[in-house]
Design a protein around this ligand. Structure first.
Ligand code: NOJ
Length: 934
């Protein structure tokens, strides 16, 4: 690929631009411009005709199979329905005799799911009912038209193919006259194979063989030509959710938590893309694709994981869509409006859908996580604050930023280096002028208790003086063009090629590059940022790789696109684990697919310094969290543009209660370290960061419980208040586990915010909620207008919960390891509370050998006690220095602590609306009881 200098400068110029204008949607396809999407969507008006072929049904111990026929073109398919442990069914449909095998996704699932036994309950002529042995889950398979109803405890929660929108394009021989040059779409000048002509690539071989679409056998977009050697091969299926009122999931989109109807708009798109200056309230694709979708109603929650890594579009049918049908129902007196539904449309692959049956929100999140995994317990430092920008210029800059944090007494754990640290964007190398002694720089940070993260992108500079490029070239490690050459695209280094991470040998080679014997200019504590791994190709179609490239196993890029970043991460994760087998890796990734959470944290990419983007940081991370990515954050301050003081302050405060917390900015933005702003801003930011650090024990415990129990760290309100309809669409508030309710200030110039306190029953009773700053109690459910100052982050702790904090101020979290704990006990209406604390060495894998302390605290009858979960083996030098109790009706005179039968009096003080039991001084691994004396 040879580009003129002019084009190159234009590309780079547009990428460097910082005046914030917003994406040009014309650079990305609409459904109408994507031939498989428009074809599959057409089925919505005609419906399809698939049926089980009588006599082909077979049942086994854990599954059922049958042949399906498309009654219009007579093509045959096999379908398999498996019951899985954990209230899940798996539905697979493939061609019975495909022309060649169709791609089946690998590496997304954590492991091969365990199947569950089934038995046939009923079999009639056109219908068979199977049920799991515990009789909790049932599927009714209808033969003609083909449809499957899924029941949880006899309640219908999901129907597959309710609307008859199953659409499966079988592989076919290319018709003789569907030759090159008859593609649809714009054709670029100088592209020999392309043609503006809207002629059709028709010519049926036999009835039903034709795909009547000009883009069936080749397609153009802008100046790009897609040769589509396999022709049409789309798969699509609809799922409806009879018990649901809202649908949510399918990140990544800069949109509300609750999915909006796509009637009259494009569907939501899942196609990993590097979208420049993305806009909010948009269904456009972004960097990650996680095709899991949930339907939620007051009684039930269920979900579908559509396991397909090709480009995918999802149409959403909700009450909004159904206004007309609702009117018809109203007029006709029918009470029931059509169920919310989703129509998944993928360009290739097979139908491979997992149906998770709930019944509660937390159940579906866990059922989905049981399939694709969770983020393993991260090192504690990675939950602290990260300081990044594109770029810290040189070693002096890094040292000076780090020391300014100390000078202003602001905690910070990690400094980040973006692409400019490298020697000409050759990853695994350093710019020797700006960074002559990286190891000394790393050592200096380590001595302060801090870490360094460096960026490593997947593109490789095509430079014969670069070892990495030479290795990849000589060994044939690059992704190939259709004619077998190394694909060349354009990215930060200029002309670049892309390692084929689908090849296990390439992954292994790549992992080896992280070894300290190779990348010897960093230490085993230096962690990694994998960016641009959609992959981003500046001169490629839609800024990514052409679909007709060829990967390991001879799969087209079209088949595997959304998994490329995931395969990159697998290599990196393996590399870091091999580099230091007893240290937990920290990786940040931009591209992601279902399952990538097992390897990396994510952030929401190149956002903008605008209030609307701040608001979307919560919406987007909530959606990611329920799709497995709890470790999520957004560039604090906004990547593009320059935040004013107020926006920056509010952004830090909001990020204090999101799991991944990093300040980052574009190279052309003004420097924005906290001390460069007026004193008040610096102090507000410091205050937010101190709060963050005080809650680190809660974040850490939450991440342990994510690994242990598959329960998201941050959660939408509906998770714990599933019957309160007011909660369903709330996405400017979040819960940290079920312990904190967070409603950050995300509007300009406000002196109060409206907060919704969820109801626990029909009578609008709510939990007690205690303001974490004053312990003032909120007793009523419903909206409250809460006054805020510039320092205020509106956060409440739930009555009935206990949470751990550390309240000593340090420069970095690593220096807090031995610090004492404070327990915050907030009482419910019965005067009770409970909550857990998890602790270990915060860094190694020793916890997997039992080196941890996991404890449950309980407060009842005026007494606080503990109970260890598992043996408290880890030797901690921390202790409990304070217990704060909120919600007592009278102040006790003193307290008595009893350890091993020995009792001692403790002092009790009143502060604000709480009581403080001073200095219990208990080690973390002993049993105790603290009794309040009246
Ligand atoms: C794109 C990333 O999204 C951004 O965070 C980074 O600064 C630039 N690439 C440069 O590496």
């Amino acid at each position: 690929m040879h580009l003129t200098l002019g084009i190159i400068l234009a590309i780079i110029g547009s990428l460097m631009l910082t005046s914030v204008t917003g994406v040009d949607p014309n650079n990305f396809k609409t459904c109408e411009q994507s031939s498989f999407c428009r074809r599959s969507r057409k089925i919505q008006s005609s419906g399809s005709k698939y049926a089980i072929i009588p006599g082909t049904l077979n049942t086994y111990a854990d599954s059922l199979t049958a042949d399906l026929i498309n009654k219009e073109n007579h093509h045959q398919f096999t379908f398999k329905l498996e019951a899985l442990v954990g209230s899940t069914f798996r539905l697979q449909i493939d061609e019975k005799q495909p022309l060649h095998p169709r791609y089946r996704v690998e590496h997304a699932l954590k492991e091969e799911p365990k199947t569950a036994r089934i038995s046939v309950q009923k079999e009639t002529d056109g219908e068979i009912t199977i049920s799991t042995d515990d009789h909790k889950n049932k599927a009714v398979i209808h033969g003609d038209p083909f449809r499957i109803d899924f029941y949880e405890n006899d309640v219908l929660v999901v129907t597959a193919n309710a609307k008859n929108w199953l659409y499966f394009e079988h592989l076919r021989q290319k018709p003789a006259d569907a030759a090159d040059g008859h593609a649809d779409g714009e054709a670029g000048a100088g592209n020999a194979a392309a043609d503006d002509d809207q002629q059709q690539a028709e010519a049926p071989k036999s009835p039903g063989e034709a795909i009547d679409d000009p883009g069936a056998w080749e397609e153009n977009f802008k100046s790009h030509h897609d040769s589509k050697p396999n022709g049409p091969e789309a798969v699509a299926l609809d799922f409806s959710f009879p018990e649901a009122e809202v649908l949510f999931g399918i990140p990544e989109h800069a949109d509300n938590f609750v999915l909006r109807s796509t009637s009259g708009t494009d569907p939501y798109r899942l196609y990993n893309l590097d979208v420049f200056e993305y806009i909010v309230e948009s269904k456009m694709a972004l960097y990650g694709s996680v095709p899991v979708l949930y339907g939620h109603g007051p009684r039930r929650t269920a979900g579908v994981y559509w396991q397909n890594v090709a480009e995918t579009w999802v149409d959403i049918y909700t009450a909004e869509t159904n206004v007309v049908s609702s009117l018809v129902n109203f007029v006709s007196g029918s009470r029931k409006s059509p169920s919310p539904a989703a129509h998944f449309i993928s360009e290739s692959g097979i139908v491979d859908a997992f149906i998770v049956l709930g019944p509660k929100p937390i159940d579906v999140f866990k059922q989905y996580a049981a399939l694709t995994g969770t983020h393993p317990l991260p090192q504690l430092f990675s939950l602290g604050y990260h300081q990044s920008r594109w770029n810290y210029n040189d070693e002096r800059d890094v040292a000076s930023v780090s020391s300014k944090f100390d000078e202003y007494d602001i905690p910070m754990d990690t400094m980040w280096l973006d692409i400019e640290y490298t020697d000409g964007k050759r990853y695994f190398t350093w710019d020797k002028f700006k960074f002559p002694e990286p190891l000394t720089m790393v050592k200096n940070l380590t001595e302060l208790g801090r870490h360094l993260v460096v960026i490593i992108d997947p593109h490789v500079k095509r430079d014969t003086g670069y070892f990495f490029h030479n290795d990849c070239t000589e060994r044939g490690y690059y992704v190939k063009t259709r004619d077998g050459n190394d694909y060349e695209g354009w990215c930060w280094p200029g002309s670049s090629s892309y390692p084929d991470f689908f090849n296990p040998v390439v992954r292994d080679y790549y992992a080896g590059q992280y070894a300290l014997s190779k990348f010897n200019t960093v230490s085993e504590n230096t962690m990694i940022w994998n960016d641009m791994n959609e992959p981003s190709v500046f001169n490629g179609p839609e800024v990514t790789a052409p679909k007709d490239l060829v990967h390991y196993g001879n799969w087209e890029h079209r088949d595997v696109h959304n998994l490329y970043g995931h395969m990159h991460l697998m290599g990196t994760f393996d590399g870091l684990e091999k580099r230091d087998p007893n240290q937990r890796p920290f990786i940040l990734t931009r591209a992601h697919f279902a399952g990538s959470q097992r390897y990396a944290a994510i952030w929401t990419g190149d956002n903008t310094a605008e209030w609307s983007h701040l608001q979307h940081s919560i919406k987007m991370c909530l959606t990611e969290a329920v799709a497995g990515f709890s470790f999520c954050g957004a560039d604090v301050g906004g990547f593009f543009g320059n935040p004013d003081s107020e926006l920056l302050e509010r952004w830090y405060q909001t990020a204090t209660f999101l799991p991944f917390f990093r300040g980052h900015a574009h190279i052309d933005t003004k420097r924005r370290e906290p001390w460069l702003f007026p004193e008040r801003t610096r102090l507000v930011i410091r205050d937010a960061l101190l709060k963050r650090y005080s809650y680190l024990p809660l974040w850490y415990t939450s991440f342990y419980e994510l690994e242990l129990k598959n329960e998201p760290v941050i959660r939408p309100l509906l998770t714990h208040y599933p019957a309160d309809k007011e909660c369903f669409a709330i996405d400017n508030q979040l819960l940290v586990q079920d312990r904190l309710l967070v409603r950050p200030v995300m509007q300009q110039g406000v002196s109060k915010v409206d907060v919704y306190f969820p109801a626990i029953d029909d009578k609008k009773n709510g939990d007690y909620w205690y303001d974490v700053d004053t312990y003032q109690r909120q007793e009523r459910a419903g909206y409250e207008s809460v006054p805020v100052t510039e320092y205020k982050i509106p956060v409440w702790q739930r009555g009935g919960s206990i949470l751990p904090k550390k309240e000593r101020q340090r420069r970095a979290s690593t220096l807090m390891l031995h610090d004492p704990y404070t327990l915050i006990v907030c009482l419910d209406r019965q005067g009770k509370a409970e909550g857990t604390l998890y602790l270990d060495d915060e860094k190694s894998y020793d916890y997997r050998q039992g080196q941890y302390i996991y404890v449950n605290y309980e407060f009842a009858h005026n007494q606080l006690t503990n109970r260890f979960i598992g043996k408290p083996k880890y030797k901690s030098s921390s202790w409990i220095e304070r217990v704060v109790i909120a919600g007592l009706s009278t102040v006790p005179q003193s307290a008595t602590i009893t350890v091993n039968g020995v009792s001692q009096q403790l002092e009790v003080l009143q502060q604000d609306h709480a009581v403080i039991v001073r200095k219990p001084g208990i080690k973390m691994n002993v049993d105790f009881a603290i009794k309040l004396n009246y």
